[in-house]
Design a protein around this ligand. Sequence first.
Ligand SMILES: [Zn+2]
Length: 103
Amino acid sequence: MNRCTKCGRLFIFEGEEQKHTCPPRWEVWESTGERASSATRVFAADAEMAAEKWAEIQDDAGDYDIVSGRLSPVVCVSQEGSEEITRFRIEGESVPQYHAREI
Ligand SMILES: [Zn+2]
């Protein structure tokens, strides 16, 4: 399987690579920080998905404070090169999952 070298999208089906166009790039940063120094750049179809991707990256790099409900940060999202900013409150949840395996 191949990935897009620019946005990282995984190609599963044959020919998908030729039809692919990378989604727009967004800058996401915590509302308490500065865009210039703390923005994370992500590819996403829209601002909301960009905020969710940011949360996934942040939580994975930290102590899963968002998914555990300990933190619900406010983030600013702006398309790269744009001055328009949309704010989102990030919330997460972990869903219990059980598996039964015959032994
Ligand atoms: Zn791409």
